[in-house]
Design a protein around this ligand. Structure first.
Ligand code: SF4
Length: 472
């Protein structure tokens, strides 16, 4: 049985959060994993064709990938039994999910005998967005729904089973399957980067950031190759979607073995020209020993590194910071709040702000540029706690040169923060389908009268960034 793994052409909000081109990694990873499981695999990735491009689509959205007509030409040249369509976080947030719908309709019309599985192929490192898949199963006709199966969350345990059922002509019990968070991450044998034209991917990535007009502080660009050393997180911050699915909460933090890391890094090192590793772990330094091993491997392979998700300050010691100085252009850590009380009671990060200041002082001493992630507008945040965050961010900037990166708390469904907002009636009538713009564009949580209203919050942030040197 042959599986075609598809990353469709898609629309991406201009005010995107996270790292849109790099969602492709989950598809390449899954392709490699299925290959290890013995399936015949082909990948059709809209981001990795020589004609892949990015264009203005509407004032709010960019079209990313190749035009659907070109994509259909590629589709028509392929023969396959099952189409595995990666329903990534941008596709499922597109207000009418038109891109996902279109790709399913194209597959149905060009390959009427093929089964269609939509899967979000969660491998961590970016927001996990829960989505309503029922429309894809009930739409179309009874004989030919738009898609045949939907697989939510991590895929390793349920996907091979589902494919074997399809191959054996069995009717799987459920149409919507929620994956189990695997307790042990697989030893990947196949090379995920072999499933994509990496030169085309690099060109696409460069064009994406250029067209989006969003300079990225990490200088994420053409030479960056996505990579993961672990999945999940042992901590439970209220706003974070890392543990928003109960099964992920149970599984916690899981690592790839040193053998797998070495094997995959060798593949990256062999790419020409040499590339930088873009590490997309949720919590890269939760396990200091594992993180150190990874940094040593990088040095062995002479690879450089960027880590856009903030590291935990309390787990960074002097020796690790010195190693990072030789590998990365900018370190980011995530204090989240400037009030220890808010950090403990509203976020639950289990982090002491003293560790943040210690890291800031060390970074200044060794000349490692530093940025800090903060969140404002948390449910229950008092005006004093809010002021403490701005004051702390300002002090870290003035005393240690740390760049302040402040965003609004966003109630991503499934998170403790979302549940609290619902319980306390802090949200408007309905959340927008696409949450991307809310992180930096406009608060959705109304904490007034005890805390700041969305308008007050936006004004405070605007004023903060208008202070000299604060906008980086
Ligand atoms: S430390 Fe907190 S914010 Fe970071 S990944 Fe873990 S739960 Fe999420």
């Amino acid at each position: 049985m042959k599986i075609l793994c598809i990353n469709p052409p898609q629309k991406i909000n201009r005010k995107f959060i996270d790292y849109p081109p790099f969602t492709a990694y989950s598809l390449w990873y899954t392709a490699a994993y299925l290959c290890d499981c013995g399936f015949e695999i082909e990948v059709l990735d809209a981001f990795c064709q020589v004609e892949s491009t990015v264009s203005e689509c509407t004032p709010d959205y960019l079209s990313a990938g190749i035009p659907i007509a070109s994509f259909e030409k590629h589709l028509s040249r392929s023969n396959f039994d099952v189409a595995l369509v990666h329903a990534n976080q941008y596709l499922v947030q597109e207000p009418d999910k038109r891109s996902l719908m279109n790709i399913c309709l194209s597959i149905r019309s060009l390959h009427p005998g093929a089964k269609i599985i939509l899967a979000d192929l969660y491998t961590g490192g970016m927001n996990y967005i829960q989505w309503d898949a029922h429309g894809f199963l009930s739409g179309g006709s009874r004989e030919k729904p738009i898609a045949d199966y939907v697989l939510l969350f991590e895929a390793e345990e349920q996907l091979p089973e589902l494919l074997k059922d399809i191959e054996g002509g069995k009717t799987p019990h459920q149409k919507i399957i929620t994956g189990t968070a695997v307790s042990k991450l697989p030893e990947l044998q196949s090379n995920p980067y072999a499933f994509a034209d990496m030169a085309a991917f690099s060109a696409f990535t460069a064009e994406f950031y250029k067209t989006a007009g969003r300079s990225d502080a990490f200088d994420i660009g053409a030479d960056c190759i996505p990579f993961k050393t672990s999945r999940g997180c042992p901590f439970r911050c209220s706003f974070c979607s890392s543990g928003s699915i109960p099964r992920a909460r149970t599984a916690g933090w899981r690592e790839y073995s040193t053998v797998t890391l070495e094997r995959q890094l060798r593949c990256i090192a062999e790419l020409k020209p040499a590339r930088r590793v873009l590490l997309l772990d949720e919590s890269a330094n939760s396990n200091q020993q594992h993180f150190e091993t990874f940094l040593e491997l990088l040095a062995d392979f002479r690879l450089r590194l960027e880590i856009p998700n903030g590291l935990r300050a309390d787990l960074l010691n002097f020796a690790t910071l010195k190693k990072l100085k030789n590998l990365i252009s900018l370190l980011s850590i995530s204090p989240e709040c400037g009030s220890q009380n808010a950090l403990d009671s509203l976020v639950g990060k289990k982090l002491k702000l003293e560790s943040v200041e210690r890291v800031a002082a060390t970074c200044m001493g060794i000349g490692l540029p530093l940025a800090m992630h903060f969140i404002i507008g948390l449910p229950g945040e008092s005006r004093e706690e809010l002021k403490a965050t701005f004051d702390f961010a300002r002090r870290m900037h003035n005393d240690y040169g740390a760049r302040p990166w402040i965003q609004y708390a966003v109630p991503v469904p499934g998170t403790a923060l979302f549940n609290r907002c619902v319980r306390e009636g802090l949200l408007g009538d309905k959340l927008p389908a696409d949450l991307n713009p809310a992180f930096q564009g406009g608060p959705l949580i109304n904490n007034s009268p005890d805390g700041a209203s969305p308008d007050e919050l936006a004004e405070m942030l605007r004023e903060f960034y208008s202070e000299p040197g604060m906008r980086h």
